[in-house]
Design a protein around this ligand. Structure first.
Ligand SMILES: [Zn+2]
Length: 60
C-alpha cells in the first residue's frame, strides 16, 4: 500500500498520476493507465492502479 501511494493519488473515484496528472476513473479500472508522453510514471511496472489497489485491500 505504501508503494501504491508513491505512484498514484486516489481522489474520490479517480486515480491520478502525480507526475503527468492524467487520471483514470474506477469504471475504466480494467484498462491500462494512459500517461502523457514522457511521463516518468509510465516506466513503473504496475500500470493497472485499480487492480493493484484491490489486490492490496483483499486481505482485509
Ligand atoms: Zn503519468
Amino acid at each position: 500500500m505504501l508503494e501504491w501511494s508513491r505512484q498514484w493519488l486516489l481522489e474520490g473515484d479517480i486515480v491520478r498520476c502525480p507526475y503527468c496528472h492524467n487520471y483514470q476513473p474506477l469504471s475504466r479500472g480494467h484498462r491500462v493507465f494512459v500517461h502523457q508522453e514522457q511521463c516518468k510514471g509510465a516506466s513503473f511496472v504496475e500500470q493497472y492502479p485499480w487492480r493493484w489497489l484491490a489486490w492490496n485491500l483483499r486481505s482485509l
